[in-house]
Design a protein around this ligand. Structure first.
Ligand SMILES: Cc1ncc(COP(=O)(O)O)c(C=O)c1O
Length: 423
């Protein structure tokens, strides 16, 4: 293209670029991942509805009105006043040392271990942590085992690193360790390398299930035998209703072969975008090798350190446990009262989700009918790697962000949806 008129350069470039297809330039990674956002896994759960006040029980988002905005505001203002220069420059490779100290202190109590800042690297949420882990450990063609169903954002990230995702089933005791072992043995027979197993042991997304202590020990055993790492996603661990879940695999193993991911997203707010990897220093060093983000968000990390150190997080989490327990109870009981012949579910002991099996009705058909009634939720297929047809009988209801009144109304709308589609 010969530029004839600099005044119209943008127009000439647009004509030139307009003839090209951007798809030709996409990386294999972008093509493999497909379209969409990390949370909808490329498939939107939003269905059209005419109802004026639709209720979306869709995302794993904390309760809105109780986000500790006043305390966070105070912490942010204090950082700007007292740590102006440090908060306004690039952060260190592993995140703000003060926050790593605060998180190490908290996690030492939670895990019953003696952890130090060397055991932590801070990230853009646990999503950023996972991406860093994939960068450090996955080669194209490696295998990563995930639970089926699992958090779609993780599956998408792993696929973006050109690794093969293999699913194993999950039951009331948690991940099937026999399934994991069979996957590993198949991979070895095919000359492939399984690098890690990704699990959400506590109040799983989407199933709400918690892995038993025995399964944790069995998984550690099998993974150690084959040199396969465990990625333990602790996004919901602290949000138990009565009793804490069994000890983490990180604490059971002393960190050998385990990387544990944590986050402020579910216990404070998803907008904090601060999560971390908890691991032995050798693994933290491996992650630092492939990290080039100039240190994420020194301003927010400093504010979070102040908030955590003020002691205000513990009572907040305590209140959240009671609130989510109430929401879970409300939705579970309302659904049983309104929709019992059509549904089956195991009531979770913590977390944000009800994973519901529909009886005699397809979940996609139900979701369409529910949208017409003003109720939106993702169907089971969203949580399997192969999408649309992978699951036809489940759906996930996220009760965390809806009000108690809306949860009761949602149940009535669900009943109306079942009546539309049931024979
Ligand atoms: C199991 C699980 N892990 C990780 C995430 C993402 O967390 P973060 O906001 O810390 O990136 C989610 C979000 O829904 C999740 O459900």
């Amino acid at each position: 293209m010969a530029v004839s008129d600099v005044g119209d350069l943008a127009g000439q470039l647009a004509r030139s670029w307009g003839r090209r297809d951007i798809q030709e330039l996409l990386s294999d990674s972008a093509i493999t991942i497909g379209a969409g956002s990390p949370t909808d896994a490329g498939r939107s759960w939003i269905a059209p509805t005419q109802v004026e006040n639709p209720i979306a029980l869709a995302g794993g988002i904390p309760d809105g009105p109780t986000v500790p905005v006043a305390e966070l505001r105070e912490s942010l203002l204090a950082v700007l006043a007292e740590e102006r220069d440090d908060s306004m420059t690039y952060g260190g490779l592993l995140g703000f040392e003060g926050l790593r100290e605060s998180v190490a202190r908290r996690q030492s109590v939670i895990e019953g271990m003696d952890l130090s800042p060397e055991n932590f690297t801070m990230h853009n949420g646990s999503s950023g942590a996972l991406d860093n882990i994939c960068n450090a450990f996955l080669n194209p063609g490696d295998i990563a085992i995930v639970e089926g169903p699992s958090f779609s954002g993780t599956v998408r990230t792993i696929r973006g690193h050109m690794a093969d995702v293999v699913e194993t089933s999950i039951d009331e005791q948690g991940t099937s360790v026999d399934g994991v072992k069979a996957c590993i043995e198949r991979a070895v027979a095919d000359g492939k390398r399984v690098k890690f197993v990704y699990v959400i042991p506590d109040f799983h997304n989407p199933s709400g299930l918690t892995m038993s202590l025995n399964r944790r020990l069995e998984l550690l055993d099998v993974c150690a035998e084959y040199g396969v790492m465990i990625l333990e996603d602790a996004a919901y661990t602290e949000l138990y209703y009565d009793e804490p879940p069994p000890p983490s695999m990180f604490s059971l193993s002393g960190g050998q072969g385990v990387l544990r991911m944590g986050s402020f997203s579910k216990i404070i707010a998803t907008g904090t975008r601060v999560g971390w990897v908890e691991a032995i220093p050798e693994y933290i060093d491996a992650l630092a090798r492939v990290r080039f983000d100039m240190g994420n968000n020194p301003l927010v990390q400093r504010a979070l350190a102040r908030y955590v150190d003020s002691g205000a997080l513990e009572p907040h989490v305590e209140r959240m446990r009671a609130l989510y327990a109430l929401k879970c109870k409300t939705l579970s009981e309302s659904l049983m009262e309104d929709c019992e012949p059509y549904i089956r579910f195991i009531r979770p002991e913590g977390g944000f989700f009800l994973w519901v099996e529909c009886i005699g009705v397809g979940s996609a058909e139900l979701a369409d009918a529910a949208a017409e009634e003003g109720l939106m939720f993702p169907t089971g297929s969203f949580f399997f790697k192969d999408g649309f047809d992978a699951d036809k009988s489940h759906f996930r209801l996220a009760f965390s962000n809806a009000s108690v009144d809306d949860l009761e109304l949602a149940s009535k709308r669900m009943k109306a949806a079942f009546l539309r589609v049931a024979d």
